[in-house]
Every structure is written in structure tokens, then in C-alpha cells.
Design a protein around this ligand. Sequence first.
Ligand code: PGA
Length: 256
Amino acid sequence: MKTYIVGNWKLNFTVGEASIYLHKLMKALPNYRDIEVVVAPSTIALQPLSLQVDRHKIRLAAQNAFYRDFGAFTGETSFLQLSGVVNYALVGHSEQRYIFGEDDKMIAKKTAAAVRNRIQPILCIGETESERAFNETADVIRDQLLGGLSEISDDDLDKVLIAYEPVWAISSTKVAKLATPDEVAEVVKLIRKTLTEAYGKKAAENVPVLFGGSVNPSNAGGYLTVPGVNGLLVGGSSLILSEFVDIIEVAKRVQS
Ligand code: PGA
């Protein structure tokens, strides 16, 4: 399986800045066939960047979209409108869950809408600090995983990626503790077990599972060698071009 390195730019960069970053990133990267490099800019930058990007090197992801294709949904952008523009879309990122109140029902509709429009959803799941403290991690992970996948058919599971991002490890949260590779391993094992029970061993094995939460060039290798981890979802560190390139280089080294 390929290794996925996904940069989540969140609400950063103007369209001009995003375009310059992309230009520099394309120049800095060799064409690594077995590493899927993805960046997720703000929605407004997606269309211009889609005309600029060399898809042999880099793919684009949306950070979010709405599940209905058209209609009276002021302020929204649909997966239908993004089809052909992006290859991937983050779905259910914790900032959407906790700042904008997205629940598993809405996330399930978004996962399905992405697949319907030929966009691969990257379903983000992860427990909060207090859920971990109250030993609720396993329940939360199972609920968010099966809830987020509940509207796609078994045949479409191979189009989905999962990103495990413990909310307490995300760099912008106040607590922001680093997750240890052992902590990541335990949850990734649970994700694979849950997928196996629901969809069978073979289907479960083929789902890429990414880790995210304060990933940087010095800890990337440790996370990438956790059994069952196929890539990284990088926020803060992906905003600094040299760090993002270093993380991709680490991924290349870990692979060979
Ligand atoms: P971080 O963000 O790498 O800055 O912790 C990750 C994310 O929120 O996707």
C-alpha cells in the first residue's frame, strides 16, 4: 500500500500564498510513486490550485463540503461541485465536530456524498482528553468509525481512508500532548479490529489508516512505523514547506 502524507492547511494562506507554496512544493518533490502527497487548502483556493497542480506529484483534498448536491444551503459547497477539482476530502475533522457541531449522522451523509461524487473521503475520528480519562476511547472510536461509514455500501469501503486524530494531541488544542507510538498502536489495532468485524478481514486490511496530531519531522518516523499505520495527517507542520518536505522524506526512508 502507498504511504499517504496529507497536509491540512486549515484556515491559513490566501489564494496567492497557497499557489506559491504549491509551486515550491512541486519543485522540491521528486515524483515518488509509492507516496501519495496530498494538500488540503481552503475551499476558495481549490479551483485555481487544481489548474496548477501536477497530479503525478500532489493531489488536492477539500477540508469539508456539504452532503447535498444543490439547493437552499447558503454558504455551503457541495461534493458535486468539487468533483474533478479534488481527489480527496476530509470528513468529520474534530474542528468540524467540536466547533461547528457536526455529528456522526451528518458525517455519514458527507462520507457517502464524497464517494457518490468520486472523491475519496478521509474520515477523521478521535477521542477527546476527557473521553480518554474516563476510559471511553474504545467506545468513541467504534461509534465514530461505524457511524461515519454507516451510509456507504460494503463495496465502497475501498474508497475510504481513516485518520485517527486524538483531539488532545492536535497542536492547536490547549492541552496538546504528544501521543506515544504505543498509544497510537492500540487505537489503530482497535480500528482494524472494528473494520474486520464489520466488513471482513480482506476489506479491512485494504483501508488506509492515517495518524494525525502534532506530527512533525522528528516524530513522523515513529508514527509511520506503528503497525497498521499507512500515513500521516499533518496540520501545523504542513504550513512550513521545509518541514512538510522533511516529513515526506522521512516517509520515503521508512518505506525503503
Ligand atoms: P496538527 O493538526 O498537526 O497541527 O496537530 C492535525 C489536524 O488537525 O489535522
